[in-house]
Design a protein around this ligand. Structure first.
Ligand SMILES: Cc1cc2nc3c(=O)[nH]c(=O)nc-3n(C[C@H](O)[C@H](O)[C@H](O)COP(=O)(O)OP(=O)(O)OC[C@H]3O[C@@H](n4cnc5c(N)ncnc54)[C@H](O)[C@@H]3O)c2cc1C
Length: 628
């Protein structure tokens, strides 16, 4: 057995052996099944004469207003900290605390960390160290292992480095377990494990002006120095709980979906699940297959679109084997689709490059104004939602349950979901929808959930209450120039970045897919890929210039932040509901995800060709040597 830390005789650098993952044999429901019943895989015809008229608009508005202020989430602190325990790993590998220096320190070992390592090492930057809270790689796909988990973006466009890995996903929507194993294979193939400190949470990142280094402190007592810090710690990383009176009293077993406890045998048990977002939609059909009674506590229904899962075909495998660059080309085609539903449902002919466009676009005899364009999108959006609501009526037999399962908000305003077994699950006699609209569950006691005076005794309570959006804890512990924290800067000035990647006063720090940089596109891998390329470009540019430090100019940052605000406001009618995307209706425009689409690339290209937004300082012999 290798020690946790040893020295590479060739480079003199440290090699780590801190992976602590353990396999679980108890996992059931590994992803979506392929259904034979065609009727379950189609949306009903568009209801005749469906228009987003004043009456329908008023219905959407009252649906929204009734929920305003209902979302009250809390961090998992104090007695609720137990919900954050890493249930997927052996105890952390013991190792000495590190007080040395590396060139580049990356926080996070999900797709972001893995892709960064591939790009950085290819470009010759090998003095790279990763810190990861969990016991193995995968990030989202390490932490989320609930039954039924799968990606919602087709796996051929979503999984990174498919060609480099010589891998083709087994299904159009690969299960989370397949994705986790794929992450582990990537880490093995590209030598990632040697560079990663697992079970190591970064707790403070402080800029030291005198040395031009970041001091990175962790919960393992490390005090490391790094010239560059890259935050790849995700956008849906920190689980949250709905604040419900009496939660601490419940005597049965309970857990959050992002720490699924397979040691609790759910077979035949009475189980409650709070939340009906994207996770719950995937988990509920699988839960219903094994539990005795299932109570689903819903505040707001999700839009349940068609999944149409299928296995990868032999023809696809054969075609891709003879088509160099197929995966990148496919992801690029996917990225060109501007409408959420079209992207997710995108037809294979378009994605495979057999037809030039995803659909025929309507031609207008004059250029429409931005307002007219939004109105057209809202009308089309309404018609899709009508079909989604009609699907509920067509499948769910009990009219009261069907009525409660119908969402009244624009498509994509809350995270859209896709499933062909979710709605039929509510026809099963042991599955009960408890409609807690619009305020949600208000009380939990020793025995279970109480709603409107009715007690629902439970053996097990599962919280499917989601994650913080775009606010991983790292943003609370970064201290830049002049001792100012990133949190303090953004609280006083509003969120301000350049391209989402830099924030002035925090030199040599890169934020991957953070606020103003990511999240507005459907396929996260696309943003991670673009941000990774950008970081490598910047390091190469600094290498060529011999620069040691990069920061950004105030005017460029202000201008970019204003652009984020403008594009958020312009597209806001498409997100007019209470959702985590808009901070439950409270977010300042431009402060969260980026909604400018391809305009991000225009800003990037302009910056890269003029170099005007950047302030380069100092000289760096070490960087030049490290990246020869
Ligand atoms: C259930 C689920 C399904 C999803 N499905 C899709 C999909 O189909 N398509 C899509 O495009 N996106 C999807 N997403 C979004 C998904 O998060 C991204 O696609 C992508 O996996 C993010 O990768 P990442 O590396 O940036 O972040 P993550 O995968 O979140 O990884 C970040 C890592 O950073 C670690 N970390 C955080 N803070 C610290 C710290 N202070 N110190 C050390 N380590 C830290 C975390 O432990 C985590 O492992 C899904 C998200 C969820 C939760």
């Amino acid at each position: 057995m290798n020690p946790a830390i040893r020295i590479d005789p060739e480079t003199g650098r440290k090699i780590f052996n801190t992976r602590a993952a353990k396999a679980s044999e108890k996992i059931a429901g590994k992803g979506y099944s392929v259904l034979a019943d065609q009727k379950l895989k189609e949306l009903p015809e568009m209801p005749a004469g469906a228009t987003f008229n004043a009456e329908e608009q008023a219905k959407y508005r009252s649906f929204k207003e009734a929920r305003r202020g209902a979302a009250d989430y809390m961090a998992m602190e104090g007695e609720f900290k137990k919900y954050l325990d890493d249930v997927y790993s052996e105890p952390p590998i013991q190792r000495e605390a590190l007080t040395d220096e590396c060139e580049i320190l990356v926080v996070g070992a999900g797709f972001g960390g893995l892709l960064l390592w591939h790009k950085l090492s290819q470009a010759g930057f090998t003095d790279v160290r990763f810190c990861e809270k969990g016991g193995d790689v995968g990030g989202t796909w390490y932490w989320n292992r609930y039954p039924g988990i799968a990606c919602d973006v087709e796996s051929y466009s979503y999984l990174p480095l498919l060609e480099e890995m010589g891998y083709i996903p087994s299904m159009k929507f690969a299960s989370g377990f397949e994705i986790l194993e794929y992450c582990q294979s990537m880490a093995e193939k590209f030598g990632f494990y040697d560079h990663c400190l697992f079970h190591t949470t970064v707790v403070a990142t402080t800029w030291d002006e005198a040395s031009g280094r970041w001091l990175v402190e962790t919960d393992r007592g490390d005090k490391m120095r790094a010239r560059f810090v890259i935050l790849a710690n995700g956008i849906l990383t920190t689980p949250k709980l709905a604040r419900i009176a009496g939660m601490e009293k419940f005597k049965g077993a309970s857990f959050h979906t992002s720490r699924w406890n397979y040691d609790i045998d759910l077979r035949g048990k009475t189980v409650g699940i709070i939340g009906t977002g994207a996770t719950a939609v995937q988990a509920i059909p699988e839960l219903a297959k094994i539990v005795g009674q299932l109570y689903v506590f819903q505040r707001t229904p999700s839009s349940i679109d068609v999944r149409d899962q299928r296995a990868t075909t032999d023809e696809e495998r054969a075609a891709w084997a003879n088509e160099p660059g197929w995966a990148r080309a496919r992801r690029q085609r996917f990225a060109k689709i501007s409408a959420g539903r079209t992207a997710i449902q995108a037809n294979d002919d378009y994605l495979a490059g057999k037809v030039p466009d995803v659909k025929e676009h309507k031609k207008y005899d004059r250029k429409l104004t931005p307002e007219e364009l939004i109105q057209k999108q809202l009308d089309a959006n309404f018609r899709i939602m009508e079909q989604i609501r009609a699907r509920v009526d067509a499948i769910v037999k009990d009219p009261k349950t069907a009525a409660a399962l119908k969402p009244y908000y624009p498509y994509g305003c809350k995270r859209p979901t896709f499933h062909d077994e979710y709605l039929p699950t509510f026809n099963l006699p042991h599955v009960h929808l408890v409609d807690t609209a619009p305020r949600g569950v208000s009380e939990i006691n020793e025995r279970g959930v109480v709603h409107e005076g009715v007690e629902y005794p439970l053996d097990v309570l599962i919280y499917a209450t989601g994650f913080q959006w775009m606010g991983t804890s790292t943003f609370n512990m970064i201290t830049g120039r002049g001792g100012r924290t990133l949190k303090a800067k953004w609280e006083t000035e509003g969120t301000k970045t350049f391209l989402g990647l830099h924030s002035r006063g925090f030199p040599n720090l890169f934020i991957v897919t953070g606020p103003q940089g990511g999240g507005g596109s459907f396929n996260f891998t696309d943003a991670i890929d673009a941000h990774g390329d950008y970081v490598v470009w910047m390091l190469q540019t600094m290498r060529e210039r011999g620069a040691a430090i990069v920061d950004v100019r105030q005017d460029h940052e202000d201008h970019y932040a204003e652009h984020c605000r403008v594009v958020d406001i312009a597209t806001a009618p498409l997100r007019d509901c209470i959702s985590y995307y808009n901070g439950e209706g409270n977010a300042t425009p431009g402060s969260l995800a980026y909604y400018g689409g391809g305009q991000w690339h225009k800003h990037r290209i302009a910056a890269q060709s003029s170099l005007e937004p950047y302030v380069f300082e100092g000289e760096s012999a070490t960087l030049l040597a490290a990246a020869k």
